[in-house]
Design a binder for this molecule. Structure first.
Ligand SMILES: [Zn+2]
Length: 109
């Protein structure tokens, strides 16, 4: 079972206490965006076999949204952080690099 630590209340929450919110760190496109950019924003998502960044909500806890870095094949969690963070904290990127040398995800390495 997937267990994520909520960065707000510090609880180790099982996935049954959480609600998945899809991919993290999406670039939101506005009305001035090209059709291709807006289509990518609406429909195109990463589906990696490995490191992934996701949005989660502590639904049966504090109710807040947060972000998690984890491996989709092993369920190893590299860390969680507040949803207002624009990119993964350096300590989480370092933890991923230690476990998965040469990883990359979108613009993050
Ligand atoms: Zn919480």
């Amino acid at each position: 079972m997937l267990t994520l630590k909520c960065p707000y209340c510090g609880v180790d929450a099982d996935e049954t206490d959480l609600h998945a919110g899809g991919e993290a760190h999406l670039t939101r496109e506005g009305p001035g965006a090209s059709d291709d950019a807006f289509e990518d924003y609406l429909f195109m998502r990463e589906n990696p076999k490995g490191v992934h960044f996701e949005r989660w909500r502590h639904a049966y806890g504090c109710g807040k949204w947060f972000l998690a870095a984890r491996c989709t094949t092993t369920l190893q969690v590299f860390g969680t952080y507040p949803a207002q963070t624009l990119e993964p904290p350096q300590d989480i990127k370092d933890a991923i690099s230690a476990q998965r040398p040469g990883w990359s995800w979108g613009n993050f390495k």
